[in-house]
Design a protein around this ligand. Structure first.
Ligand code: NA7
Length: 890
């Protein structure tokens, strides 16, 4: 085995401990120290088991040259005690590892924590004893400790990955690991040194090693995005903001995106002029703030094109610093989006490659064949070294937890349960493992946040839960499988609207061979996560089953069923305080409806767009034709906009029409039917039917293929499309090859469950829907199939249908009922229920990214109806859009 530069292995003289405590905590870093303090304060007995011979956790082990935090120290420190805040002064903006370690030592002393920490003790197994309702903890020193609660405070990046480099172990010179650095330092003077790995640890240590070594060779597999930290004294703006009102500053951090006070940006990088974008990037670059780019624009974490503008900006910076063009090129990240691998802050990283004693080996071009006794052989040559430094990273998030043999109910192993990826409730607990908690576990913001803020939040939540259990005489708590499955789904849904899953990163478990590819942290943000945890408590500890002398209780259910981007939109609507449509005059309602579209993403480019008029039922009506960029002729989709028969025009669903046109590779003709109350029922459907007849008869003129015509409509437009299909059937034409009804109004029965469950809070409300019907049709007319297509006596012989419904839509159940009725009548029907979506989700192109899948399904259905193949434009539109997500932190 390689020689490891480790601290002397001091053994304490304590005898094995056989005792019982309320809580065993594993790890004495930021998380373990605060857990111990908080639990003691709450009157619980606790012992902390720590492998090292002192406190510090990650800051105990990672002593490599240049090791610093890259969240500002003022933020990266405890907030639980104002007195502690007052007495500690950070000497730098980004403190070095020794200073952070001193801070943690100070905290341990100040709160007299060491007396309950058992150092140099490795936990070997933790087994739940169901009969005794206790965990049995065994250590490598022969301790057997029984406890009611077991808390893993083991950090997210504490198990170094065994380097997967051929020949590992052969080298006879000095071998170092950034994550296990010798306590008395290393002097590389006169040495030929190799560093393998260019993540944060490599990037921080390389400039300092280069200053000592006679020659430094950096073996790089993936170039990372890094930029200058501009370290120095704590910035005056930060200091002023903090000193003005410390409590308010800390509270702002707790309710921020990433655990550092900042606003969520609503501006899209692609919506501003290139100069404005560049100015924002320059400011972010100059700030030395890791989070500056996520704070600048809302879409860099989710839209590839937006992200690319930032990548290119940063690539330019690299080219401007590194003198040798070949080295500059090799150092330039090209295979991942900014933020999808942990971005870094550095001091003189790129400048280091201008030094004559530093060279870069790009192992993707010249792979490492093997480590040898004296150096490294690549495919093209042999390198001789005196020392090797592995900066090859960690088995992140899950590694430290499954490193312990944890056995829950019926002896089930946690490692086995997590074989295909971690399954947790809130990243705090896991089903089948009662009274077991993780601090910043997988499925919580953890590594995407300022860790200290997230640690405090978890510890406080756990302590409150234990206090409640004590008060109510409950002794066992465990998440239900429903709650856990719901949370796992939510974590994945959130990740799926970001660019994170596109990268081979440790966030995805991709750095450890054989590890399942699953996005590990929670990307919804610190603020939303905190709100979720608070909601769980408020809703009688939703999803947790309790048991004990005080009784058994469980409020089962899933927290956060809304999609993350829907949640964002609803928050914005609340924040803007939009008036209730049904309280307005019709002109004001129309003005409000139109104003809601201002500033939204425009939707994709199409081949061309032309406006015209066609004969409606009572005079000319306007239409807009969207033609794909591909060569025609194309089949035609006639589209009817939404707006409750009262609102809307050709502009209102313009982005959705573009999206439909691109994705289905069909001409989309959007039709402007007459609106109520000026033209009440049946004006809209009569206009629509007249339009469809005219379009069918004039397909050639529109660039279309005669006989290939489908209908699509959203909301009231879905109602119109459904009714027209019935009218065309009755009239014997024109031929309609398919209908796509997106959250359609099919029946004015306000007693359906979805009108009750979703009547308020999801943009379209039950009162608004009543207002629409009142303007549109007299009560006597509403039950006619021409107003309520669900009421038709016979639905047989209608065109094949796709009916889309959304979970949080008052119209959900009437849409589902129509799909069911169509299918029962023998119509080829597919019902697409959209989880976590609201009435307005599907047409919200590039805003509700989580509805992308539904939009793709709609296009697929249209292509199937129309007999077209996948358009090239559809392939291009892989992943657009807007979702404010943190792009990497502590
Ligand atoms: P990281 O960020 O996981 O970086 C590890 C680096 O080592 C990364 O560049 C890897 O390349 C590289 N690596 C790993 N295995 C190999 C092999 N076999 N061959 C060549 N290169 C390899 O860990 P860090 O310690 O730097 O940072 C961890 C976090 O700590 C950091 O993000 C902060 O949050 C604090 P790859 O990218 O996988 O191609």
């Amino acid at each position: 085995m390689p020689k490891q530069g480790m601290a002397a292995d001091r053994r304490s003289r304590d005898e094995p401990m056989n005792s019982e405590v309320d809580v065993v905590v594993v790890g004495a870093g930021f998380a373990g120290l605060y857990t111990l303090h908080r639990l003691r304060r709450a009157g619980f007995s606790a012992v902390v088991l720590e492998r090292a011979d002192d406190v510090g956790g990650t800051w105990y082990w990672n002593r490599y040259p240049g090791a610093r935090c890259d969240i500002e120290s003022l933020d990266y420190s405890y907030s639980f005690d104002p007195e502690l805040e007052k007495e500690w002064r950070w000497s730098e903006r980004y403190a070095t590892q020794p200073e952070i370690l001193r801070y943690l030592g100070h905290v341990a002393d100040r709160y007299d924590l060491r007396r309950d920490i058992r150092f140099e003790t490795r936990i070997e197994s933790a087994t739940w004893d169901g009969a005794a309702r206790r965990w049995r903890i065994r250590t490598d020193r022969g301790d057997e400790i029984r406890c009611r609660f077991y808390v893993m405070a083991t950090g997210c990046l504490s198990v170094p990955k065994t380097p997967d480099v051929p020949g590992y172990g052969r080298f006879e010179g000095d071998v170092y690991f950034t994550g296990r650095w010798p306590h008395d330092g290393v002097d590389f003077t006169g040495k030929r040194v190799a560093v393998i790995g260019t993540g944060s640890s490599g990037i921080q240590s390389i400039p300092l090693i280069a200053e000592q070594a006679v020659q430094l060779t950096v073996f790089q597999r993936t170039p990372n995005f890094t930029r200058p930290a501009h370290n120095g004294p704590v910035t005056s703006t930060k200091k002023v903001a903090y000193e003005r009102d410390r409590a308010a500053y800390r509270e702002a951090a707790r309710w921020s995106l990433a655990g550092v006070p900042s606003e969520r940006s609503l501006v899209r990088a692609l919506s501003v002029a290139p100069e404005e974008r560049r100015a924002a990037y320059e400011a972010g670059y100059a700030s030395g703030d890791l989070l500056a780019f996520s704070a600048a624009f809302a879409d860099v974490g989710s839209n590839p094109e937006a992200n690319e503008t930032l990548c290119e900006f940063l690539r330019e910076k690299i080219r401007s610093i590194v003198r040798d063009p070949e080295t500059a090129d090799a150092l330039t990240p090209k295979n991942h989006y900014y933020g999808t691998k942990r971005p870094c802050l550095d001091t003189n990283y790129y400048e280091t490659f201008n030094r004559p004693n530093v060279r870069l080996v790009d192992v993707r071009r010249d792979p490492i064949k093997t480590i040898t006794e004296h150096g490294i052989d690549t495919a093209s040559r042999s390198y001789g070294f005196d020392a090797l430094v592995f900066a090859t990273g960690f088995d992140a998030l899950t590694g430290p937890i499954v490193a312990v043999d944890i056995r829950g109910r019926e002896g089930r192993s946690l490692a086995e349960k997590w074989m295909d990826g971690p399954k947790t409730y809130l990243g705090l607990m896991t089903t089948g493992f009662p009274n077991f908690f993780m601090i910043t576990g997988p499925g919580s913001p953890s590594v995407l946040s300022n860790m200290v803020v997230s640690i405090e939040q978890h510890v406080d939540w756990i302590a409150a839960c234990l206090e409640r259990m004590r008060a109510e005489r409950l002794d066992v708590v465990e998440p239900t499988s429903v709650a856990e499955a719901g949370w796992v789904q939510h974590v994945n849904d959130c990740a799926d609207i970001t660019l994170f899953p596109t990268a081979d990163s440790w966030y995805m478990g991709a750095n450890v061979p054989g590890k399942p590819r699953v996005f590990l942290p929670y990307v919804g943000g610190v603020d939303r996560y905190r709100k979720t945890c608070d909601d769980v408590v408020r809703r009688a500890y939703l999803g947790l089953a309790f048991d004990g002398p005080g009784g058994a209780r469980c409020a089962d259910g899933v927290v956060n069923r809304l999609q993350l981007d829907v949640w964002t939109v609803l928050d914005l609507v609340t924040e803007f305080g939009l008036p209730r449509i049904e309280t307005l005059s019709v002109p004001d309602a129309r003005a409000t409806f139109a104003a809601m579209a201002i500033g939204r993403p425009p939707g994709p480019e199409v081949g061309d767009v032309a406006d015209g008029t066609l004969p409606g039922a009572a005079g000319p009506i306007a239409y807009r034709r969207y033609r794909p960029a591909s060569p025609g002729p194309h089949p035609i989709v006639v589209y009817f906009h939404g707006g409750g028969w009262v609102l809307g025009d050709l502009e209102s669903d313009d982005p959705f029409c573009r999206d439909l046109c691109c994705r289905s590779d069909a001409i989309v003709v959007s039709v402007e039917y007459r609106l109520a109350p000026e033209a009440r029922f049946p004006a809209a459907v009569d206009d629509g039917f007249a339009a469809v007849r005219w379009i069918a008869a004039n397909a050639d003129r529109l660039g279309g293929v005669p006989g290939k015509l489908a209908l699509c409509g959203w909301s009231a437009g879905g109602n119109i499309a459904a009714v027209i299909c019935q009218m065309a059937r009755a009239a014997g034409g024109p031929a309609i090859v398919g209908q796509v009804l997106v959250t359609p109004a099919t029946d004015p029965d306000f007693t359906r469950a979805s009108y009750v469950e979703n009547g308020e809070g999801y943009i379209l409300t039950t009162p608004m829907m009543k207002w629409f019907w009142d303007h549109y049709a007299d009560p006597a007319d509403r039950t006619q199939p021409k107003a309520a297509p669900l009421r038709a006596r016979d639905l047989a012989g209608l065109p094949p249908a796709l009916v889309v419904t959304c979970e949080f839509d008052p119209l959900r159940d009437e849409g589902a009922a129509y799909a069911e009725a169509l299918a029962a009548a023998g119509v080829d029907t597919r019902h697409l229920p959209c989880r976590g979506q609201i009435h307005t989700s599907v047409p919200a192109v590039d805003v509700i990214l989580s509805a992308r899948g539904a939009r793709a399904e709609i296009a697929a259905a249209l292509r199937r109806f129309l007999g077209t193949t996948l358009g090239h434009a559809e392939q291009r539109r892989a992943r657009p859009a807007v979702a404010a997500v943190p792009v990497g932190t502590g």
